[in-house]
Design a protein around this ligand. Structure first.
Ligand SMILES: *[C@@H]1O[C@H](CO)[C@@H](O)[C@H](O)[C@H]1NC(C)=O
Ligand SMILES: *[C@@H]1O[C@H](CO)[C@@H](O)[C@H](O)[C@H]1NC(C)=O
Length: 349
């Protein structure tokens, strides 16, 4: 009781102190804990692909089909979670010689919907527009599928940065997009040192990326936001649901989140080989993780965890942009807004 005053510790006093428990204090404690609990739950639920206890609990809950009443899938339904790969897709729009001529150090590969011209323009006028960084050649390409199957109306190849293949462009087909991207890299760009797959709603600091890569291994290298020991999402309402029949393991193998990952150019060929032996699930980044595990190649953590960021913090200064490599934005258009606000000079601390 005296220690309470001495320590002047609010929590100790209210929640754990041996003083007389007053009813209102108990309620106060209860409310504070409840609020904290709710907050943690909300935050945890926002990042379902990360390793979090809530997902662990969910996974265990949904693992037990007798409790949840979800009956086992019949095989025809299980097919929905696989994609049509390997398959000989063809490029309708291609840049067959550009990469060999430019000899880039780093190639940025950006999957984007065929009709999303605005996103491409925003990227071209910001991070996609940087062609020489720290003396290294950097180039970018947009990866497209078809809007409708059989629809070959081509977006105009004005900027020589569009690659379009003849599969249906949909969320469920992202794994196909990624694998076709790897095929293109292996075929058209084998002499580049690194490639990065990056989503169109991301901010990318190319300078920091090249700086990191100049010190990175040249072979067997993949990094980004690496998820380790993430439990498989068994909640049928989840965007990334995988039934047990399709993916029996309890956890995903280590994998780099699909928002943005970097790899050395020896990997595309190896991953394509592995894909002949690993059935392709629709979750693109997890699938690459499964292939990496098959190959026995370990993922590398970035030199600092703070380089690859998920969401944009609520408060940021211009220094934030100069310290990270990636960050998720609300939309590609936010890049243009940011461009006006942020000085390009590096920050000194
Ligand atoms: C989930 O189910 C599978 C197959 O029934 C079983 O092998 C595995 O141990 C279960 N995992 C957990 C955590 O209950
Ligand atoms: C994925 O692409 C293939 C090949 O174009 C197509 O047959 C299939 O319907 C697509 N699946 C989805 C869910 O879009």
């Amino acid at each position: 009781m005296y220690s309470c005053r001495v320590l002047n510790n609010l929590y100790f006093c209210f929640c754990l102190g041996r003083e007389k428990w007053k009813r209102d204090r108990q309620w106060y404690c209860f409310l504070v804990l409840l609020l904290m609990g709710t907050l943690i739950l909300v935050i945890y639920n926002s990042y379902p692909q990360l390793y979090l206890p809530v997902n662990l609990w969910r996974t265990m809950k949904y693992n037990n089909t007798q409790v949840t009443g979800i009956s086992p899938l019949d095989p025809s339904q299980a097919e929905r979670y696989f994609v049509a790969y390997p398959h000989p897709y063809h490029f309708i729009l291609d840049e067959p010689d550009k990469c060999q001529q430019e000899h880039p150090f780093l190639v940025l590969m950006i999957p984007v919907a065929p009709q999303d011209r605005k996103a491409r323009d925003a990227i071209r006028s910001t991070w996609g527009g940087e062609t020489t960084v720290l003396g290294q050649v950097v180039s970018h390409y947009f990866m497209l599928g078809l809007t409708k199957e059989g629809d070959r109306a081509e977006p105009l190849q004005e900027h020589h940065d569009l690659l379009q293949s003849d599969f249906l462009d949909s969320y469920q087909n992202l794994t196909i997009k990624t694998m076709v991207m790897l095929e293109w890299l292996a075929l058209r760009c084998p002499s580049a040192s690194y490639a990065m797959k990056i989503d169109s709603d991301m901010f990318l600091n190319v300078h920091n990326l090249v700086k990191m890569l100049l010190k990175a291994p040249r072979r067997g290298y993949m990094t980004g936001m690496v998820a380790r020991g993430a439990p498989v999402l068994r909640d049928p309402n989840s965007k990334w649901f995988l039934p047990q029949e399709v993916f029996p393991e309890f956890c995903y193998p280590d994998y780099a989140l699909g928002l943005g990952y970097v790899f050395s150019l020896d990997l595309p060929k190896k991953i394509i080989k592995a894909s002949r032996h690993v059935k392709a699930i629709y979750i693109e980044d997890v699938y690459l993780g499964v292939c990496m595990k098959y190959l026995g190649i370990k993922l590398t953590d970035p030199p600092r965890g703070s380089l690859f960021k998920g969401v944009l913090p609520y408060w940021w200064t211009s220094c934030y942009w100069t310290s990270v490599i990636t960050t998720i934005l609300d939309s590609p258009q936010q890049l243009l807004f940011k461009k006006e606000k942020v000085p390009s000079a590096p920050c000194r601390k």
